[in-house]
Design a protein around this ligand. Structure first.
Ligand code: IMP
Ligand code: MG
Length: 183
């Protein structure tokens, strides 16, 4: 058995429970509604942010917003827990973004390379304004001069999984966020 298929059977220590995440996502949607305009386009970074983005847009509905949503696929991790340092655009946004107010949504802000690359790509395509929303912020690992306007939780420098976040594409289905035993 390979090491990775071994890891998927390990237990996960909960850092943020499903109900904590739910409450924070609702509060975040209220913050966004208070600060961003009506004609908002959400650009969700795949794959990691799909669970967060799906909950966030429904919380935005509760907050009275009517956002549009599109997806951009960016990749900086090869596999496991090591960042490759370079970001690749694997699937571009398909909606018209010229002159739009865009909220770029990602799972984690770590070095900042992924979101900085994504923000630059959206601005190059003519977005009028790009604001950043991340579920987790690991400020201890920042390698770029970038911060998110909207942050779910501050997170220690641990490799976390669940709620869309993966370890080698495992653990995305967990309804909570946690640390894999022994990593
Ligand atoms: P950055 O480019 O270093 O900011 O890394 C951000 C990207 O790396 C995110 O979009 C995540 O997909 C991934 N990532 C960073 N930390 C973790 C983690 O703890 N668990 C899972 N994925 C992570
Ligand atoms: Mg990612």
């Amino acid at each position: 058995m390979s090491q990775i298929s071994d890891i998927k059977n390990r237990s996960v220590e909960v850092l943020f429970s499903s109900s904590e995440i739910h409450a924070r996502v609702n509060a975040l949607a209220q913050e966004i509604a208070a600060q961003m305009g009506e004609d908002l386009l959400i650009a969700a970074v795949l794959k990691g942010s799909f669970v967060f983005a799906a909950d966030l847009i429904r919380a935005m509905h509760q907050a009275g917003m009517k956002p549009q949503i599109d997806f951009i696929t960016l990749s900086s991790y090869k596999s496991g827990t090591e960042s490759s340092g370079t970001v690749e655009l694997k699937r571009d946004i398909s909606d018209e973004i010229e002159g739009r107010q865009v909220l770029l949504v990602d799972d984690i802000l770590e070095s900042g390379r992924t979101i900085a690359f994504g923000k630059r790509a959206l601005l190059e395509r003519g977005a009028a304004d790009v604001k950043l929303c991340v579920l987790l912020d690991k400020p201890g690992k920042r390698k770029t001069d970038i911060d998110a306007e909207f942050v779910g939780f501050q997170c220690d420098d641990k490799f976390v999984v669940g709620y869309g976040l993966d370890y080698a594409h495992y653990f995305r289905e967990l309804p909570y966020i946690g640390v894999v035993e022994g990593t």
